[in-house]
Unconditional design. Structure first.
Length: 325
């Protein structure tokens, strides 16, 4: 049985239009024009135990709304959701002990206390056995290299250090399901890599089911084989990350460097010109024509180096969002 199973899930929010100005505000006290805004529309998918799945979409696409439904914070308007056999919004204590959610822009640690104090509080909230707690804490602290930071006020930690502590707090009760909402947002490159390494290793060791949302494509490329793409509240893709380009992109990128300066020589006849200077040309070429085009280029130009590259995943995702497939 899937760990997470969603069938025909929808969520609408009631909102209203306000007329501008003071008169509009006064009028709104007595009468409002209301309408329904659909944040999630007929979404269905499932996750198996141990999967680490990327959840992609632009701002307002419905990612965070869906995570809040899965964690029991919000009620859906329609549809079915089962996580570990539970209905999240019933808020069973047994379910709450088996999942955790980390939101990159929300803090669960006490700002004026050392992280160790917040960890102890979570131990009591989740009723974790003290021996198990100490063993788990030691393991997490080692994986995240936090030995020197546990007794420092949270407010004095860097953003990257705080995010590491947030992950520890979320994992002390050893959840079977972990929701990560923008865990690397605002972090520097080194901190991002450390968080990615930790999530990947923890998933490998514990077989925790992880649903990850991120605007940093590097997060998804490093961690996820499978991705869900949501746009305007609907799932537009569910499959392997490496298959995204095959589905939505019909070209590859050919980059050439020349052994001597050249003049513009009608390279656009081979494909779409991306960049040109006397020492380098970058072309977009239809996938079915790459081999033939490469043969012609090598025979007709003083090429010192040539590479054939797949389109970067950022461009694939951007194409999906812009075209609203």
């Amino acid at each position: 049985m899937p760990v997470i199973e969603i069938k025909n899930l929808s969520k609408s929010f009631e909102t209203y239009k306000k007329e501008p100005g003071l008169l509009g505000s006064i009028k709104g006290l007595f009468w409002r024009e209301t309408f329904q805004r659909k944040a999630v529309k007929d979404v269905s998918f499932s996750l198996e135990e141990g999967e680490l799945v990327g959840f992609l979409g632009p701002n307002g696409a419905g990612k965070t709304t869906l995570l809040k439904i899965l964690s029991g914070i919000l009620y859906p308007s329609s549809g079915e959701v089962r996580v570990l056999g539970f209905t999240p919004w019933n808020r069973d204590r047994d379910y709450q002990r088996q999942f955790s959610i980390v939101m990159g822009q929300k803090n669960q640690l006490w700002w004026d206390l050392p992280a160790r104090e917040s960890f102890a509080l979570n131990r009591d909230i989740y009723q974790v056995d003290p021996v198990v707690f100490e063993k788990t804490l030691e393991e997490l602290v080692h994986l995240l290299d936090l030995q020197e930071l546990l007794d420092i006020q949270v407010r004095q930690l860097s953003l990257g250090q705080r995010m590491k502590c947030e992950l520890v707090a979320a994992l002390l009760h050893q959840p079977r399901v972990l929701f990560l909402d923008e865990p690397t947002i605002g972090l520097d490159v080194i901190s991002q890599e450390k968080i990615r390494d930790f999530v990947k290793e923890y998933n490998r060791l514990k077989k925790t089911t992880v649903l990850l949302t991120s605007h940093y494509m590097r997060d998804v490329e490093r961690l996820c084989d499978r991705v869900l793409v949501i746009n305007d509240g609907s799932i537009v893709y569910d499959g392997r990350l490496k298959d995204l380009a095959d589905r939505y992109i019909d070209h590859k990128v050919i980059k050439m460097q020349f052994s001597e300066p050249i003049t513009f020589d009608g390279f656009s006849r081979y494909g779409e010109m991306v960049d040109y200077d006397p020492h380098q040309v970058i072309l977009k070429v239809k996938k079915g024509e790459v081999a033939k085009t490469t043969h012609i280029l090598l025979g007709n130009h003083p090429i010192e180096d040539l590479s054939i590259e797949e389109v970067e995943i950022e461009e694939v995702i951007r194409k999906i969002f812009v075209e609203k497939i």
